[in-house]
Design a protein around this ligand. Structure first.
Ligand code: GMT
Length: 375
C-alpha cells in the first residue's frame, strides 16, 4: 500500500509511534510518505520505501499565526495525487485530522482519500478538552474514516468526553523487541556512575504532566539508604526547575541531565529502574520500551498504564505524587537482586508477547484495508 503519515516530528510519544510505525510498514513492503514540517526524530533518511515531504509554511506580515493547518492540507493533497496514496494516517487529532479532511475534500470526487486518526493522549485529555479546541476535536473524530486509540482507557475517555458514536479501535503502543533488548553487561553505565552505583532513568519531554521533579525527589530519598545515580534524558519546560531542585536537595552530583537523545535503545538498557511518575499517561510508551530492555518501571497508576504494567509482577504502580512509596519501591529493586531479576524477566516477556511490533503492526494494516474498502 501507499501510506501517508503525518505526525508532530518533535520529541513526544505520538511522533515516536508514528515514526516507528512508518519504519515497520516500510520493512513489510509498504511505501511510506511522511508529510510534516520537519524530518521526524528517529527517522533515518535514505531507508528503502521511506519518503519525506516537507510542509513549508510561508510567513506574511499579515499572518500573526502562519496557517500551518492549510499548508499541511495542500501538501497532503499534492502528495496523495503524485504518489497515489491509498490512505492517510494522522497522529494526534489537532490539527492533523482537520488537514486530512480538507485534503480529502480537495481531491473529491476525482480521487478517494480515506484517513485514519490515531488518538494518543494529550490530544484528548488536555488539548481536546480545552474549550477552544473541543468542538473541532469532536468534529475531526466524527469525520475521520477510522479512529484508533492507544489504550482502552483513552477510548473510554474519548467516548465519555466527546460523546462520539463512531467505532474507535484500540491499537496499543508497540516496541521493536529486536532493537529494544536487554544489555546484561551494562558496560556503558560506568561513564555515568564510575563508582558502580545503579542507574535510575527518566525519559520524557519534561512537560508538567510528566512530573520530572518527582524523579529528583525520589533520587534524593533513595540515596539516604542506597547508592544510585539518576539519568534525566530529554528536554522541556521542567528541565530547568528539575536542575534547580537537584542543587537545592544537594544531589546534583548524582543526577546527569542528558538532553534530547536520538538512540534511546542504547541508553535505556543501561538502567536498572525506569521512573515514570506521570500525572497522566494514556499508555506510557517509555515504560514499554524499558520493559523490552529488561528495565523495571516504577510508575504511577494512572490512565492506561495498568493495561501495560501489572503491579508487583513486571513493575510497580503507586499513587501520583507519592514520592515515599515510589522511593521505597526503587530501594527494593536496587537491593533485592532476585526480585529485580524476576520482574525484569516478566517485563521482557510481557513486552515481547503482547506488544512487539509483529503483533501490533498487522492491526494497523488491517485497519488500512478496512478504510480503503470503505468498511
Ligand atoms: O506524553 C508524551 O510523551 C507525548 C504524548 C503525545 O501525544 O505526543 O504521548 C502520548 O502518546 C504516547 C504514544 O501513544 C503514549 O504512550 C503516552 O502515554 C501519551 N502521553 C500522555 O497521555 C501524557
Amino acid at each position: 500500500m501507499n501510506v501517508g503519515i503525518t505526525c508532530y516530528p518533535t520529541y513526544g510519544g505520538s511522533g515516536i509511534v508514528a515514526t516507528e510505525l512508518g519504519l515497520e510498514l516500510a520493512t513489510r513492503g509498504h511505501e511510506v510518505h511522511f508529510i510534516s514540517y520537519s524530518n521526524p526524530i528517529r527517522l533515518d533518511a535514505g531507508m528503502p520505501r521511506i519518503h519525506y515531504h516537507e510542509v513549508e509554511v510561508s510567513t506574511y506580515p499579515l499572518f500573526q499565526y502562519p496557517p500551518y493547518c492549510l499548508a499541511l492540507a495542500s501538501r497532503m493533497a499534492e502528495v496523495a495525487e503524485s504518489y497515489d496514496l491509498d490512505v492517510l494516517h494522522v497522529h494526534y487529532a489537532v490539527p492533523h485530522s482537520i488537514s486530512a479532511m480538507l485534503a480529502q475534500q480537495m481531491l473529491a470526487p476525482k480521487r478517494r482519500l480515506p484517513f485514519i486518526t490515531t488518538l494518543h493522549g494529550t490530544d484528548i485529555t488536555l488539548v481536546g478538552v480545552d474549550p477552544s479546541y473541543f468542538p473541532i476535536t469532536k468534529f475531526s473524530i466524527e469525520r475521520s474514516n477510522g479512529i484508533s486509540a492507544v489504550s482502552d482507557y483513552l477510548r473510554e475517555r474519548t467516548v465519555e468526553v466527546f460523546g462520539v458514536a463512531n467505532e474507535i479501535r484500540v491499537i496499543k503502543n508497540f516496541v521493536n523487541c529486536d532493537r529494544y533488548k536487554p544489555d546484561e553487561e551494562k558496560a556503558g553505565a560506568s561513564q555515568y556512575a564510575p563508582a558502580g552505583e545503579k542507574l535510575l532513568l527518566h525519559l520524557s519531554n519534561f512537560r508538567p504532566v510528566k512530573r520530572a521533579l518527582d524523579c529528583v525527589r525520589i533520587l534524593a530519598e533513595v540515596r539516604k539508604s542506597t547508592p544510585a545515580h539518576l539519568l534525566m534524558a530529554g528536554d522541556g519546560p521542567d528541565r530547568g526547575p528539575a536542575e534547580h531542585l537537584a542543587r537545592e536537595l544537594k544531589v546534583e552530583k548524582h543526577v546527569s541531565f542528558l538532553g534530547k537523545q536520538n538512540h534511546v535503545e542504547r541508553l535505556i538498557p543501561l538502567a536498572h529502574v525506569l521512573l515514570m511518575p506521570s500525572e497522566l499517561e494514556s499508555f506510557g510508551l517509555v515504560a514499554l520500551e524499558a520493559m523490552a530492555c529488561g528495565v523495571v518501571p516504577v510508575a504511577t497508576n494512572v490512565g492506561g498504564v495498568a493495561e501495560l504494567i501489572t503491579d508487583r509482577e513486571d513493575g510497580f504502580l503507586e499513587a501520583v505524587g507519592d514520592v515515599a512509596a515510589q522511593s521505597a519501591r526503587v530501594v527494593q529493586l536496587l537491593t533485592d537482586g532476585d526480585l529485580h531479576y524476576r520482574m525484569r524477566k516478566a517485563g521482557r516477556w510481557n513486552a515481547s508477547e503482547r506488544f512487539c511490533a509483529e503483533k501490533i503492526i498487522p492491526m494497523y494494516e488491517k485497519y488500512y484495508e478496512d478504510v480503503v474498502k470503505g468498511a
